[in-house]
Design a protein around this ligand. Structure first.
Ligand code: ATP
Length: 362
């Protein structure tokens, strides 16, 4: 296990800055996901940790030791890419054994470790199979096995599941988490898929446009996003974000939701934070999962625009123009497109953002 410390890390490609002053501490044995949309700089960060790219500025420390100038092969990292690096002319056993043979380990030790990792990744029945004949799913499992067998102190995975099918991806999410618990490596996992990050990571580093936006546990980034980007990116669908203006009324501070003709009350704590912040233009945020359907004269009346049934879940799209709301229900709530839904938001789940800066008010 090794702790990784990124200090003021910057990466420029010519005049383009792909990574802007990143500071991140990854703890010993931690599963850290680097999460963000395409082009946000997550692979660039990973490549610098691996030693495939050098930082333009800043430092990378492993257990306090500066990695500047230390070659990839000497860093004790294992790397799994989206494109599995497998020797197709070898069978599964030889692919797994390859790195250990290069290290000149004793034959019996290689055999023990190959069998253990094959057992763990359910590759045992395939050990004698030529790799050229394996499915994409199995190839990716083998690529993970080939890296894991070396028992690297740091395991780096860059979108390892993006080429495999959805059912296999779900299986691998559990297996990768299990693998990390078993081998206790420090794991850095690059993904644009928030579900992967939410289900596997101990903590998530959310990135956008080369800037680290927030670092926290899956629940922290889900419940308390620091800004509108994180609020929208985390969750499926992301947090609802309605434009509004703060207004005082007899009942305290409310958010006037403009064209929706509704004033949403704020909890005393949120009202106090909003008064202190001083912003007038705000964004009223709430999770699609925290909306309920109420009686016809109650709550916020919104037009039902679209109803999506995704297995057991129903996603209902409400409202139009800029003030659109998505809601998620675990059952069929009987709403139909073209009708009206009266909805109420769980007040404890409301988050408020300064519309000008996009930052959370709390
Ligand atoms: P993706 O999932 O699409 O790979 P990412 O978040 O991993 O996205 P990076 O690959 O880190 O993004 O790229 C960040 C930015 O840096 C992108 O705009 C990319 O085009 C640019 N970039 C990456 N490598 C280079 C390079 N070698 N030369 C020039 N620009 C690069």
């Amino acid at each position: 296990m090794t702790a990784i410390h990124l200090h003021n890390l910057v990466k420029r490609f010519g005049s383009f800055t792909a990574l802007k002053t990143m500071d991140l501490d990854i703890r010993d044995g931690e599963f850290m996901a680097l999460l963000g949309p395409s082009g946000c700089g997550k692979s660039t960060t990973m490549n610098m940790i691996a030693g495939m790219e050098s930082p333009s500025e800043g430092r990378i420390l492993f257990d306090g030791k500066d990695m500047n100038g230390i070659a990839m092969g000497k860093r004790g990292v294992g790397f799994v890419f989206q494109n599995y690096a497998i020797f197709t002319h070898m069978n599964v056993y030889d692919n797994l054994a390859y790195g250990l043979r290069m290290r000149r380990l004793a034959h019996a030790e290689i055999d023990r470790r190959v069998k253990a990792i094959a057992d763990f990744l359910q590759l045992t029945p395939l050990l004698k199979q030529p790799s050229a004949k394996l499915s994409v799913n199995i190839l990716q499992r083998l690529a993970i096995g080939r890296s894991a067998i070396m028992e690297p102190a740091i395991f780096l995975l860059d979108e390892p599941l993006s080429n495999v099918d959805a059912a296999f991806r779900a299986v691998m999410r559990t297996e990768l988490k299990h693998l990390q618990r078993q081998f206790k490596q420090t794991m850095v996992y690059v993904t644009h898929d928030q579900l992967e990050a939410m289900t596997m990571a101990d903590r998530i580093a959310v990135m956008d446009h080369g800037v680290l936006q927030q670092v926290g546990t899956p629940l922290e980034v889900y419940n308390n996003p620091v800004n509108l980007f994180v609020a929208g990116f985390i969750g499926s669908p992301g947090m609802n974000r309605l434009k509004g203006t703060l207004a005082e009324c007899d009942c305290g501070l409310v958010v006037d939701l403009g064209p929706l003709g509704h004033s949403a009350p704020l909890s005393p704590a949120l009202a106090a934070a909003a008064r202190e912040n001083g912003a007038q233009a705000v964004v009223y945020g709430f999770r699609p999962e925290r909306v309920s359907v109420v009686g016809p004269s109650e709550g916020l009346a919104l037009k039902v625009t679209f109803v999506e049934r995704i297995g057991a879940r129903t996603v209902v799209h409400l409202g139009d123009g800029e003030q659109r709301v998505k809601t998620v229900f675990d059952n069929d709530v009987g709403l139909l497109a073209g009708g009206t839904a009266n909805t109420a938001v769980d007040p404890g789940s409301v988050r408020l953002f300064d519309a000008a800066s996009g930052m959370a008010i709390r």
